[in-house]
Design a protein around this ligand. Sequence first.
Ligand SMILES: *Cc1c(COP(=O)(O)O)cnc(C)c1O
Length: 402
Amino acid sequence: MTRPHFPHSFTQQPPIPDEAIAAAVDVMRSGRLHRYNIAPGEASETMELEREFALWQGARFCLAVASGGQAMQIALRAAGVGPGDAVLTNGFTLAPVPGAIAAVGGRSVLVEITEDLVIDLDDLARKARASGAHYLLLSHMRGHLCDMDRLVQLAADLNLTVIEDCAHTMGARWNGVLSGSFGLAGCFSTQTYKHINSGEGGLLTSDDAGFMARATILSGSYMLYDRHGAGPGLSSYEEIRLDVPNTSARMDNLRAALLRPQLRQLDGSIAAWNARHDLVARHLAQSGAIRLPKRPDAEHYVGSSIQFCVPGISAADAQVFVTRLGSVGVEVKWFGAAQPSGYTSDHHSWRYVAAQGLPKTDAILAGLFDMRLPLTFSLEDCALLAEHILDAVATLPATVQA
Ligand SMILES: *Cc1c(COP(=O)(O)O)cnc(C)c1O
């Protein structure tokens, strides 16, 4: 039996909701796109978004910025990272994470991952001690949360300040607690491929008033930090207002207007993603050659993409596997490729980071595949995708078939 070619684009997100389009049109008609351009008595869309996201996240403070990458850079700097400081981070993540550390002059210390794609907490402890690092930029890469109870305990024992990269975990929880709430700060992205879409954008949350005051001025507030929706009281700014540089990374009202209605729909989107993710996972679990990362009961993930491993697959076979799937319209990324491509690159191609041996991570990435699951795919589409993957796995040599 030949299956139909998969007809949909893996980069096609749903349209922006009508309500958000109407709000964006109102902003354009007003001409007041800049977040501090407020009519008397008005709260800007950006202020409202900050208020609503803080409430949604259960954080005291929220700062809207230009991107997730800027949220991380600002967070690192506001947390005190300076030139030459060691910052621990996952060896498997996306380039803007080591990029944010490089941008503030920090030195990335890369930590191994486990076969469940989360940071290896034993390696974290080892490297924290060996490097003397006081900071951890923890990337919940591809939506996988490590044992956050143990992480919090380790961070306390090792005196580590934790900043969470929640680009793939907006709405994900560990034992009911939202990701982004476990350390000093949570960094979120509202770039098109994340969980709410304003093209570009970022959100930074924290409960620490001093940190948030520094972050707000870094984001480019000038002396207008009173025009924030969920910022600290003005007294937090008194001593620092002339010391912290303005690095211009604000969000604008147009993007905020697009995001507010999407935030209201986020819980529904999460349920829709997880239905798709879990359906594909159930299908893939039928293959003895495929290993799915284990997801503990404590983890409530957002399945906006799916990862699976084919342990023991050779580089040549992985390439053929990806090409075969591509020929039937199924776009699967392979994290073991020697050359960076599209959005994916591994630590070997981050030349702005000192080269570090990560044998365990390399072995895992050699058999790791990834697929986006945009909400424009129906459940039937997802079933078709999964069957195509199972077909392609069945053509692999007997050595990888368990
Ligand atoms: C997308 C992404 C970021 C950065 O977000 P931008 O808004 O694109 O700057 C950070 N971390 C991870 C893991 C990401 O995928």
